[in-house]
Design a protein around this ligand. Structure first.
Ligand code: UDP
Length: 236
């Protein structure tokens, strides 16, 4: 197994299921099973989940009543709600899990302490990193990249709705072409939609490969980590 420690990022929207908002426990269960296949294969797994199924700062602040900074804190709190749910689903599936938050809320989760997180991972526990970076004006993609670098993950996997990076939006253009491999500079130049520039720049600075894959394809995460790159794109 080449990749021993990975960080998997799921968007908050992924948890919403057909309702389009809130948390669908069927999806939680599915994600937990996918994570379990990695843990069972001896891979150490960190998870970051977004908060878009509940609230995003930009959207909350759009009419000027809620300040952007407050909207962003609301968004970070949303990731904690999702994190608690994900923790439950992972435990339900038989894994050991710890959640750490970038903003202290010790009745709910441990505060983010890098050394502690690393120790949990070494013990085979899944670690969920919630509350983003703890700072407004960032995204959970950036938080995921930051945590991936901090814990020394070999790779960050962005588990999303598309099976890779395309030259244009595949939902809009049927002739969109998938790019199996691209450089950080290419990804930055093209402003690829699947990952924001801040997170790509951070990954580039730290030579952290970014894999983009379709989360709904069962077994995909383990396949990828076993070296089957046919259902994903890699930015490196
Ligand atoms: N957020 C933030 N700082 C961070 C991470 C997240 O302010 O470090 C806020 C921001 O408002 C964002 C929201 O939390 O819109 C939810 O995260 P995101 O939009 O990245 O979730 P996703 O799109 O992955 O569901």
């Amino acid at each position: 197994m080449a990749n021993k420690r990975v960080l998997v990022k799921f968007s908050g929207e992924a948890l919403a299921g057909e309702a389009g908002h809130g948390i669908d426990t069927k999806i939680l269960k599915y994600i937990a099973q996918e994570i379990k296949t990695l843990v069972d294969a001896g891979i150490e797994v960190g998870i970051v989940i977004g908060g878009g199924n509940i609230i995003r700062g930009v959207t909350a602040a759009q009419d000027g009543i809620i300040k952007r900074t407050s909207g962003d804190y609301m968004g970070m709190l949303a990731t904690v709600i999702n994190g608690v749910a994900m923790q439950e689903a992972c435990e339900h599936a038989g894994m050991q899990v710890r959640m750490q938050t970038a903003i202290k809320m010790e009745q709910i989760a441990e505060p983010y302490i890098n050394r502690k997180a690393t120790r949990h991972l070494e013990k085979g526990r899944v670690v969920i990193f919630a509350a983003g970076t703890g700072n407004p004006f960032f995204t959970t993609d950036t938080a995921a990249t930051l945590r991936a670098v901090e814990i020394g993950a070999e790779v960050i996997i962005k588990a999303t709705k598309v099976d890779g990076v395309y030259d244009k939006d595949p939902a809009k253009y049927p002739d969109a072409v998938k790019l199996p491999e691209l450089t950080y500079d290419q990804a930055l130049q093209d402003h690829i939609k699947v990952m924001d520039d801040t997170s790509i720049a951070l990954a580039k600075d730290n030579s952290l490969p970014i894999i983009v894959c379709d989360m709904s394809k069962q077994g995909n995460l383990l396949d990828i980590l076993n070296g089957n790159m046919s259902n994903c794109s890699i930015v490196k």
